[in-house]
Design a protein around this ligand. Structure first.
Ligand SMILES: CC(C)(COP(=O)(O)OP(=O)(O)OC[C@H]1O[C@@H](n2cnc3c(N)ncnc32)[C@H](O)[C@@H]1OP(=O)(O)O)[C@@H](O)C(=O)NCCC(=O)NCCS
Length: 175
């Protein structure tokens, strides 16, 4: 079932989302604080979306849609959960830059975390964020994520090693 926030709806990714996903993955502004990976063709991205296994407990990937106009603006995922631990890693990126700074990531994060805690009965959600990605860090802290550690030289950007923060949110801590 889709997850509804105030500003966004989280829904399954579709093969038709490939062009947007390809465009975001090749936008240096979007990928600035992410692992860019190797260049892909739009066809490879479409193949990934078509052949990807269905969403399941250990691998949930949502497209983030703006409720205002129904446009797909990014992705958010909860990965690696196991029933024995109830711990998942969260990843988010919004590829449509025109939608930045309007509360979409905050709402998408809250909606995905609520989904994780309420529907998946997770106990802990964690993520890493590269030092310097201040807007992302701000959003995570705003909704209750706590900084739990600093990973030294965990990311390489523009030829420089950069630290990253490990952040975690426990059930009951979501704001
Ligand atoms: C980072 C990202 C998720 C933020 O999305 P967004 O929709 O613009 O976020 P929101 O509008 O919900 O919130 C942004 C917050 O950051 C704040 N902010 C903006 N620039 C900031 C800065 N330089 N330092 C600190 N806070 C900043 C805003 O004021 C806002 O907080 P507020 O609502 O309390 O005022 C989005 O830009 C993105 O996906 N970027 C590319 C990929 C990426 O970096 N993903 C995260 C990897 S960990």
């Amino acid at each position: 079932m889709n997850a509804l926030g105030e500003l966004v709806e989280l829904r399954a990714m579709r093969p038709g989302d490939a062009d947007a996903l390809w465009r975001w993955n090749h936008d240096p502004d979007v990928m600035r604080f992410m692992v860019a990976g190797y260049p892909q063709t739009p066809e490879t991205v479409a193949k990934f979306l078509t052949e990807r296994p269905r969403n399941a407990y250990g691998d949930v990937l949502f497209g983030v849609e703006s409720r205002k106009d129904g446009k797909l603006i990014g992705l958010i995922g909860l990965q690696g959960a196991e029933p024995e631990t109830g711990i998942a890693e969260l990843n988010i990126y919004l590829g449509e830059k025109d939608y930045w700074g309007q509360g979409y990531a905050t709402d998408a994060m809250r909606t995905a975390c609520r989904y994780g805690f309420d529907r998946m009965r997770l106990h802990r959600i964690w993520l890493t964020v590269v030092a310097g990605n201040d807007p992302a860090r701000h959003v995570y802290q705003k909704i209750g994520f706590v900084e739990e550690g600093r990973l030294r030289q965990a990311s390489r950007r523009d030829g420089e090693w950069t630290d990253a923060y490990l952040m975690g949110l426990l059930a009951g801590e979501l704001r």
